[in-house]
Design a binder for this molecule. Structure first.
Ligand SMILES: *Cc1c(COP(=O)(O)O)cnc(C)c1O
Length: 380
């Protein structure tokens, strides 16, 4: 089935009990046994829940994976995944990952004896040089946040196969509508479903997609053992959002293209980061491995901090807010917001300057968005 159909029909739909077209919210902690020693498929909602199960089957099919698990947040999905490791293991992680991922690894998991090396993941020699006998995982994002760097996933999967490493891709930015990492040999896909999969800024959620029986068993075990799973209501909200993922992603991309092209010609803009632009260093790889370029556009202003602040306070339709992937357009300042948990030296090393601005382009009329950016930039 194609994504448009999977998004609406995957899993047990209509519902088996009464034929409900909208997946029922099984708002229950526990389930009555049919008889001693026999359940009706569910016993306790931490372990499994019918609403969550439909969401998990939908995400698994969209990604082309073996199975999926839904979590309370994207960070819960990541925290659960990193528990595949044990003390002494080493992870090579992209140096431009989500700020919260960096914080989880550097400030939490390293206290438990896990080792992390943060690296630009676009150079295979650098990755190979960083591999140690205890290296277990290559973890990265493509397109990355907030610079939209593109990594060649076949190159990553190839290194991983030769060195017997697991690969984890955070596919939040592209969504499975534009990128299916498993097709390129990636082992695990993680998501913040808070973003495009839900798409309406009304829930936080996460997901992990597996590719083997062993990984399915392990992630399922960890989700139940750690208790990081998504609630029935949150699962339902994400499910409802996913039904329109394909139409939303197309429009996000159309609007993002319009805005990226507009910004590229603006005198207050030094540089635009959007993989759909030919000038983007990852454009060729993105064209090859993705079916679209997404809805996030970042740009650097060639003005001082006062002008950047003026721009951020003048936007009207776009809201100054963290997060991304919703129907409403948002603007944020990585250095003081999403990436504030990353030390300034690290931020500067990876190219996140104080002049960098990230837009999550929503589904409004693109001319209205451009007018809004224009009046805010004009006064900057
Ligand atoms: C938001 C985000 C996360 C974290 O997800 P939460 O749902 O906020 O916990 C992880 N990775 C990326 C790329 C994100 O954008």
């Amino acid at each position: 089935m194609k994504p448009e159909t999977i998004a609406i029909h995957a899993g047990e739909r209509p519902d088996k009990a009464y034929g409900a077209i909208s997946v029922p919210i099984y708002q229950t902690s526990t389930f009555a046994f049919e008889k001693v020693g026999k359940t009706r498929g569910y016993d306790y909602s931490r372990t499994a829940n019918p609403t969550r199960r439909v969401l998990e089957e939908t995400i698994a099919q969209l990604e082309g994976g073996k199975a999926a698990f839904a979590f309370a947040t994207g960070m819960a999905a990541e925290a659960t995944t990193i528990h595949l490791l044990k003390t002494g293991d080493h992870v090579i992680c992209g140096d431009d990952v989500y700020g919260g991922t960096y914080r989880l690894f550097q400030d939490v998991m390293s206290n438990f004896g896990l080792e992390f090396t943060f690296l630009r993941m676009d150079n295979s020699d650098m990755i190979k040089k960083a591999i140690k006998p205890n290296t277990k995982i290559l973890w990265l994002e493509t397109p990355s946040n907030p610079l939209l760097n593109i990594i060649d996933l076949e190159m990553i999967a190839d290194i991983a196969r030769k060195h017997n490493l697991l690969t984890v891709i955070d596919n939040t930015f592209a969504s499975p509508y534009f990128l299916k990492p498993i097709e390129y040999g990636i082992d695990l896909v993680v998501h913040s479903t808070t973003k495009y999969l839900n798409g309406h800024c009304d829930v936080v959620g996460g997901a992990v997609v597996t590719t083997t029986d062993e990984l399915t068993e392990r992630i399922g075990f960890l989700s139940n053992a750690l208790g990081t799973c998504a609630s029935p209501f949150d699962s339902w909200l994400v499910l409802r959002g996913i039904e329109t993922l394909p139409v939303r992603m197309k429009r996000h991309e159309e609007n993002a293209f319009g805005i990226a092209s507009y910004l590229a010609g603006h005198p207050a803009v030094k540089k635009v980061f959007y993989p759909g632009l030919k000038s983007h260093p990852g454009h060729e790889i993105a064209r090859r491995q993705m079916t679209g370029f997404g809805g996030v556009v970042s740009f650097e202003m060639n003005r001082g901090n006062t002008a950047v602040n003026a721009f951020l306070s003048k936007v009207k339709i776009l809201s100054l807010a963290e997060s991304l992937g919703g129907v409403a357009s948002l603007v944020e300042h990585p250095a003081s917001m999403s990436h504030a948990s990353m030390p300034k030296e690290v931020r500067e090393k990876v190219g996140i300057s104080d002049q960098l601005i990230r837009l999550s382009v929503g589904l409004e009329n693109v001319d209205d968005l451009i007018d809004d950016l224009s009046q805010a930039l004009g006064s900057a």
